[in-house]
Design a protein around this ligand. Structure first.
Ligand code: KMH
Ligand code: ZN
Length: 284
């Protein structure tokens, strides 16, 4: 795509909230939403201030990450009943989750699911995504009509995405959407130069969101907005709002992203427009 061609949907901004993640412990971050009630309440608050999609990791009664299928189904149903958000389940889970559990997430029937395009060092851990696993995830999502969000932690993963599409075809919904997850220790840095490099490797016609982990959150947000991209924010990715100031709640992060999107003359997109953009079938 030439730099002057507007990306689809770039008159507005898709804001995804990633409220929980699998990495922070509730004991360390007491305001992290971990129960279903906390998650739904956060989702409603975030929707009110401009989010149109939610990227969901769930926790068990012990507050630790789980991929329990019953709880995933209950979570999808509750979010659909209480919000109009596009519901995206994480198939990444925690670094310790086995592949068969990560594939089983799709059986909860979300609108969308993440699909990470390669293995990456992840802090002191390794986030494992073998090629065969990626292909299986992509095919099962095609079969089930679940729209993937291709999570990109490093630039070479965009080459793998092109290979996946060339060998196995377009995803469910027919549209390619990627999320650049920048600033993970072990992955690509979260800065403008790297975002510009990533854009050169994004498949033609694709849309992208970006999120910067920790202190790269704000530079990545500005860089993505200036490049016609969309935004992901949330406590999965950052628990600090400003230097020395902890995040109050997810809605605080979404409200800031919405404000910046409005200043950029690309206001938050409503969920029905996001469904059309991404090819999500379920009507709001
Ligand atoms: N929790 C990380 C190991 C995803 O949700 O798909 C993986 C992750 C990516 O958060
Ligand atoms: Zn995630």
């Amino acid at each position: 795509m030439s730099p002057s061609t507007p990306r689809p949907g770039s008159h507005g901004t898709l804001i995804t909230v990633a409220p929980t993640g699998a990495e922070h412990a509730k004991a360390d971050v007491p305001n992290l939403p971990v129960s279903l009630d906390e998650l739904v309440s956060t989702a409603k608050d975030c929707e009110r201030v401009g989010a149109s999609m939610i990227h969901v990791h769930i926790r068990g009664a012990d507050t630790r990450p789980t991929l329990d299928l019953g709880l995933l189904k209950e979570t999808v149903a509750a979010l659909r009943a209480e919000t109009d958000l596009v519901v995206q389940l994480s198939s990444g889970g925690a670094v310790t989750d086995p592949e068969e559990h990560r594939l089983r997430v799709l059986e909860a029937g979300p609108d969308s699911a993440s699909c990470t395009m390669g293995t990456v060092n992840f802090g002191d851990d390794v986030f494992m995504n073998r090629w065969e696993f990626i292909v299986e995830l992509h095919k099962r999502m095609q079969d089930r009509g679940i729209v993937p969000e291709y999570e990109i932690f490093d630039l070479g993963q965009l080459t793998s995405l092109q290979r996946l599409l060339d060998q196995h075809g377009l995803p469910a919904g027919g549209h390619v959407h990627v999320d650049l997850v920048m600033g993970v220790p072990g992955g690509m840095p979260g800065d403008t130069e790297t975002l510009a490099a990533a854009l050169r490797a994004i498949p033609d016609g694709a849309t992208f969101s970006a999120t910067g982990i920790g202190r790269s959150s704000i530079p990545v947000m500005f860089a993505a907005l200036s490049a016609g991209g969309h935004l992901r924010v949330g406590m999965e990715d950052t628990i600090s709002y400003a230097r020395g100031e902890r995040v109050r709640d997810n809605a605080q992060l979404v409200a800031r992203a919405s404000g910046l999107a409005r200043i950029a003359q690309r206001p938050p997109l409503p969920a029905d427009e996001v469904r059309k953009l991404l090819g999500v079938q379920r009507s709001g």
